[in-house]
Design a protein around this ligand. Structure first.
Ligand SMILES: [Zn+2]
Length: 356
């Protein structure tokens, strides 16, 4: 018997995982997927390490999942691809024996139609089946004023609560570039969230539901840069956690569930400290892309003479190369590299054997 139910978790089950993570000092990897190879790779790894996992899609990932030729003027293809991935995970998570959290990544005001489509779909779905498809969605309104950010998040959390879906919000700006949003030139003061801002968000959202998480900026940056360029200030998480705990009269507790974006290339020490201060999820994208790419790169390096022509290789001029150019062969190697890299992340996050 696993600690958490196999399948896609939602509602109080989600809060229970995050509370368990805080109580036991681990964080879940939130892994970006763009197709069945990456989704299956995530489920395979979670089964291997016997821990819950977060499968997440960006609006670009959703569009890719649906197919790049599809029109996406109203983000309808992004939404359809995410729904397709969600149904895929619902179909398979239990078979893998994995407790999966299904999530969508950054959504700015400009892309809000994407999440609106997903919520509308799930309101119908919930009415029919009594459960949502996704565990949570993210709204990244950090480009708006704090007041505007939280007011909109309140409205969404109210709506999401009715279908038992959680919300991840963003305070302050994660630097770097991701999915076409370039924050590499942003004013550096915005890269560090103030504890009072975290309390402001916590105070207002917790009146609606306890099913929300906060991605606070502490100098974290999307992507990988040369060491030394990222000046992390993990203390911001500690100070914010303490500030909120004091304000609500629960000094010494960790009321806030934090999310760590832009963790690629971070030191093990910073990751462990972030977990100590209440980080329950760390997003993984860049390092996983690199692992997937390395699998393909090495495949073609290793089989160079077997993929140059359809017929004929070093073993014989008439020999067919079909078994080398079958896409399943190269994609499986990428999946294996992806899985090996993801296992490392589970270990880094102290998230091995957490679902036994
Ligand atoms: Zn992010």
């Amino acid at each position: 018997m696993s600690k958490f139910r196999a399948g896609v978790l939602y509602g109080p089950e989600l809060v229970a995982v995050y509370e368990d993570a805080k109580a036991n000092g681990y964080a879940l990897p939130g892994v970006n997927a763009v197709g069945t190879s990456t989704v299956n790779g995530i489920l395979e790894t979670a089964a291997k390490v016997q821990s819950p996992v977060i499968v997440q899609l960006s609006f670009g990932g959703g569009h890719f999942y649906a197919g790049k030729s599809l029109a996406n003027d109203n983000l309808q293809a992004s939404a359809a691809g995410c729904l397709s991935a969600a149904h895929h995970v619902h179909q398979l998570a239990e078979m893998y024996g994995v407790s999966a959290i299904l999530h969508t990544d950054h959504c700015s005001l400009a892309n809000i139609a994407w999440v609106d489509h997903l919520i509308e779909y799930q309101e119908d779905y919930y009415a029919k089946f009594g459960k949502p498809l996704f565990s949570s969605h993210m709204l990244d309104l950090s480009e708006e004023s704090l007041e505007e950010n939280i007011s909109i998040c309140e409205r969404y959390l109210e709506r999401l609560s009715k279908i038992e879906v959680g919300l991840e919000i963003e305070l302050g700006i994660t630097g770097g570039e991701e999915d076409g949003v370039d924050n590499s030139q942003v004013d550096s003061s915005k890269l560090y969230t103030h504890p009072s801002e975290v309390y402001y968000a916590y105070e207002r959202l917790s009146k609606i539901s306890d099913n929300f998480t906060i991605a606070a900026a502490f100098g974290n940056v999307h992507g990988v840069y040369r060491p030394g360029n990222v000046k992390l200030s993990v203390e911001i998480l500690k100070n914010s956690q303490n500030f909120v705990a004091d304000e609500i009269g629960e000094t010494g507790t960790k009321p806030v569930s934090f999310v760590f974006h832009g963790g690629s290339g971070s030191s093990q020490e910073d990751i462990r400290r972030a977990i100590d201060y209440g980080v329950i999820k760390m997003n993984l994208d860049t390092d996983m892309q690199w692992a997937f790419c390395a699998g393909l790169r090495d495949y073609f390096d290793e089989h160079k003479d077997y993929v140059a022509t359809q017929i004929g290789n070093p073993d014989g001029d008439d020999l067919p190369n079909k078994k080398y150019y079958d896409p399943r062969k190269m994609l499986r190697q990428s999946e294996e590299y992806f899985i090996t890299r993801l296992e490392e992340s589970f270990a880094d996050l102290n998230c091995v054997g957490r679902n036994i």
